[in-house]
Design a protein around this ligand. Structure first.
Ligand code: PHE
Length: 341
């Protein structure tokens, strides 16, 4: 009786032909699983007369082996079938998906143009942190606490801190550099800055600046003027600049620079409100207090500094009418600059 059953199982295994992964799994559970039928039957050996025990054991062994061999073979076959099905599903004639190249952001394009111009004059790029302390953003720059000039720059302080802030200008980079490097110093500091301003088409709470600093023996206002004239010519094709007296706590004397764009073109008239002149940057001779704060001897050295916003220049260069477009990173907008260098 039990011998019969063992033979039946062996025959069953020989005939079994699972076709799908699910059927194969059924097969595995029935013949190889932890509670498989072969095991169950072999447990009955104690009910078998002694003289049949050998045959019974052989049949059980054969069944186990047959199940294992069949399972492995069918599994390999199934795997191969799925692979070739997948390959057949591939359409080798379909057009390839094109690489989507990134494009330079108009802000980067503009900053790079400014950098290239000043590099020709021997300026090197300096960069530093966006989270600054009060000393590097204000105090070292001759702007002590309760100085009214702090109101010019509505500052974001870090939560719970009276000392840490988002830098309001990259003049902080100049301080950091002067603290560790002695003259001659000739750097430009491009970077992102933050001011607590209402966001509109014309202004944003984050923007970019490039500031410049030149400190050495005998640096004069004439050097500043010549440097800025060169920049205006290269950047805007302007033939004239105008320096108007102004105020910054860290420079003395201070000035605003306008470039002359003329009134011939409609663009120039619109940008300059009909005057021909466009305001570009602030500048001046580094205040001796700033040099002293950075352990540079103001008796021996003088310097000039300037700082300009980048967004307005980018908007002018590319005819962008809303500053917010520069921060939304809509690829439809950004792709338009793919071919601009
Ligand atoms: N730091 C000034 C600003 O952010 C610009 C400036 C830099 C002016 C250097 C003079 C000299 O507005």
């Amino acid at each position: 009786m039990l011998l019969e059953q063992a033979r039946d199982i062996l025959a069953e295994i020989a005939q079994a032909a699972p076709h799908t992964p699910a059927e194969l799994e059924q097969f595995r559970i029935r013949y190889l699983g932890s509670k498989n039928v072969i095991k169950a039957l072999s447990a009955e050996i104690r009910h078998i007369p002694n003289e049949q025990k050998r045959d019974f054991g052989r049949l059980i062994n054969e069944a186990m082996q047959a199940a294992e061999i069949k399972y492995q073979a069918l599994k390999a076959q199934l795997e191969q079938e799925t692979e070739s099905q997948q390959a057949a599903a591939l359409d080798l004639s379909a057009p390839a998906e094109l690489w989507v190249w990134g494009t330079r952001h108009p802000i980067s394009i503009t900053i790079n143009r400014v950098i290239r111009i000043f590099e020709r004059l021997g300026f090197v790029v300096a960069e530093d942190r966006e989270i600054e302390d009060d000393w590097h953003n204000f105090t070292a720059l001759n702007t002590p606490e309760d100085h009214p000039a702090r109101d010019m720059q509505d500052t974001f302080y870090l939560r719970g801190s009276q000392n840490l802030l988002l830098r309001t200008h990259t003049s902080s980079v100049q301080v950091r550099l002067m603290e560790v490097q002695k003259p001659p110093i000739r750097i430009i500091a491009p970077g992102r800055v933050y001011r607590n301003e209402t966001i509109s088409a014309r202004s944003h709470c984050q923007f970019h600046q490039v500031e410049g600093l030149y400190v050495d023996e005998g640096v004069s206002f004439a050097d500043l003027k010549q440097t800025l004239l060169y920049f205006a010519q290269e950047m805007f094709g302007a033939t004239q600049i105008r320096l108007r007296p102004s105020f910054f706590p860290f420079t003395e004397p201070s000035a605003e620079m306008d470039v002359y764009l003329g009134t011939e073109t409609e663009d120039a008239r619109r940008l300059t409100k009909g005057t021909g002149w466009l305001e570009i940057l602030g500048c001046g001779m580094v205040d001796p207090n700033v040099l002293a704060n950075c352990n540079i001897d103001p008796e021996k050295y003088t310097g000039f500094a300037f700082g300009m916003g980048i967004e307005r220049q980018a908007m002018r260069l590319f005819g962008i009418s809303d500053i917010r477009l520069l921060f939304e990173n809509d690829v439809r907008f950004l792709r338009q600059f793919a071919t601009v260098v």
